[in-house]
Write a protein that binds this ligand. Sequence first.
Ligand code: PDD
Length: 277
Amino acid sequence: TLVYLNGEFLPYDQASLSIDDRGTLFSDGVYEVLEYFAGRPFAMQQHVDRLKYSLAGICIDPPSVVDELPAISDELIRRNDMPDARVYWQVTRGPAPRNHLPPSDPTPTVLVTTTPTQPLSSNPPARQWKAITHEDLRWKRCCYKTLMLLPNTLAKQQAKRDGCQEAILHQGVAVTEGGSTNVFVVRDGELWTHPANEAILRGITRDLVIDYARAMDLTVHETAVTLDELRQADEVFVTGTTTHVTAITHIDGHPIQLGEVGPVTASLHDAYEQQLM
Ligand code: PDD
């Protein structure tokens, strides 16, 4: 399998990073994850735009190669013969002797990798996950997709220990998002999700699902729900590039209503899968 690293396509085993890369030393970098289906990328431009937004957010001048990431990704998908794949983009501030203060003109490290996935099937049922609730221990700029994922990975490990697949994060009683997803609640036929502010990553899947919901004449409130409202919801689901629309049937061991996929979740799931075909 080939990867792309700093201008070269290299066999996976021959790609290497400096041990002084600031991505490793300080989590000083940003990333994106996008999917290819049957050789075609989904929501490519949105991922390029968000990568630039994240780079600007952490004061890295976007290297010009950022605009070539779509072409580089297409080439990797083709040369790796992986028409159905997850593509990972990572840009770090680059290598520099360890010092909190970066050099004035570092050279960013740009990495692209691919991982094969299952081809799409027509009319797949919505996946069902169980979730725990977990305090949101992250920094105050979660709108940037940085490599600083320790609070997320620790929360997801706790979820796994509790027999669950996702951790729903909350600041005080306000639900923010999932460890690697955005969270939606359905109440009385209306949708609620956290506003796209600094406290959450503005998911590309989230924004698409909001569009599909509005196209179905559902009212969408971009207002945070409380933990009580989450637990008493009619339906809860999470969204993400790799998660698509996934139902949350249980939270902290208690079922959401009957502990099944609800009708609003099912229709939004179907709408999303349709777009991917
Ligand atoms: N995660 N919130 C967080 C904290 C995320 O990490 C992600 C995505 C999302 C959903 O964003 P999008 O719909 O644009 O994928 C929300 C990716 C998939 C990951 O880290 O692997």
